[in-house]
Write a protein that binds this ligand. Structure first.
Ligand code: PDD
Length: 297
């Protein structure tokens, strides 16, 4: 009897062309995802039965696959069909779809064995919204050195660095671990990080040291629509602590205000005006997405 594994969900998942109960899905022990972490993934939120920023997520999936020299085995329409089938039972409740592709199954050999059939796995999970009380109060985060590798732009399933980084904040009772490389802000263990200074939303550059979240493009668009200046540049540790507002973003957290970092108050210690307008704009974007896609073709 194991309290976690015995309770694995029976919800449907997709594995290599078959739909099966999640708890029954099995892969080979020689899968290169299992042996080497030789794979990539995506996490796409679904609201009102409609994937949000789907094409942007699928474009990033293609970029990650290209880095690994793996061809995408499915068309956008086929990916959409899988998402539709898996999310249908969830109705209008928020869900997240997890996609994983690995190079496939082969005898263990570090080199990129050619001609393998990629393993394709898709599952769906409920996406509970961040509680209103937490949004109203803001969250606490801690900092750590970014000890991950130099190819953070690939959404790789080799996530040991992210697991070790996240555990630092778990043990501190904090929401995220915000990381610095040589005193420059990179990102958090599974979120991007933004500062607000004098009304401008500022994020680290899109380079190999961070995963360019799909919210990079989304927040840039929302800023443009709402007259908030937006900039990408290197951000020092000092600037982070001196920010008027500090935000984190991800598919699952949307945009979330950080009001304390390593126990020090950020800004006035409360979620700020830029957070509030971006969060409201984000909710409008979700509604527009649901209406657009729900409209008859
Ligand atoms: N994580 N940076 C890292 C390291 C991440 O893992 C994520 C997302 C982000 C934000 O990207 P996006 O806005 O596209 O979600 C930034 C996902 C949610 C995860 O691993 O579950």
């Amino acid at each position: 009897m194991h309290p976690i594994t015995d309770a694995l969900p029976a919800t449907l998942c997709y594995l290599d062309g078959e739909y099966t109960a999640l708890r029954d899905a099995k892969i080979s022990v020689l899968d290169r995802g299992f042996i080497f972490g030789d794979g990539i993934y995506e996490v796409v939120p679904v609201y009102d039965g409609q994937p949000f920023c789907f094409e942007e997520h699928m474009a990033r999936l293609d970029r990650s696959l290209a880095e690994l020299q793996i061809a995408n085995p499915l068309s956008l329409a086929q990916w959409r069909e899988i998402v539709a089938r898996l999310t249908a039972p969830g109705g209008n409740a928020p869900q997240s779809v997890y996609f994983q592709l690995t190079r496939g199954v082969a005898p263990r050999d570090h080199s990129m064995v050619r001609g393998l059939r990629p393993t394709v796995f898709v599952m769906v999970n409920p996406l509970p919204p961040v509680a209103d009380a937490i949004r109203a109060r803001g969250v606490a985060c801690v900092t750590a050195a970014d000890f991950r590798w130099q190819k953070a732009h690939i959404k790789s399933t080799s996530l040991l660095g992210a697991v070790l980084a996240r555990q630092i904040s778990v043990e501190a009772g904090a929401t995220e671990t915000i990381m610095f490389r040589d005193e420059w802000l990179s990102e958090a263990s599974s979120s991007n990080v933004w500062i607000v200074k004098d009304g401008t939303l500022i994020g680290p550059p899109k380079d190999n040291l961070v995963l360019t979240g799909i919210r990079y493009g989304l927040l840039e668009r929302l800023c443009e629509e709402h007259g908030v200046p937006f900039a990408l540049r290197r951000i020092s540790r000092e600037e982070v602590f001196a920010a008027d507002e500090l935000l984190i973003s991800s598919a699952t957290k949307e945009v979330l205000p950080v009001v304390s970092l390593d126990g020090k108050t950020i800004g006035n210690g409360h979620p700020g005006p830029i957070y509030k307008s971006l969060y409201a704009a984000y909710q409008q974007a979700k509604q527009r997405n649901a209406q657009k896609q729900g409209a008859p073709a």
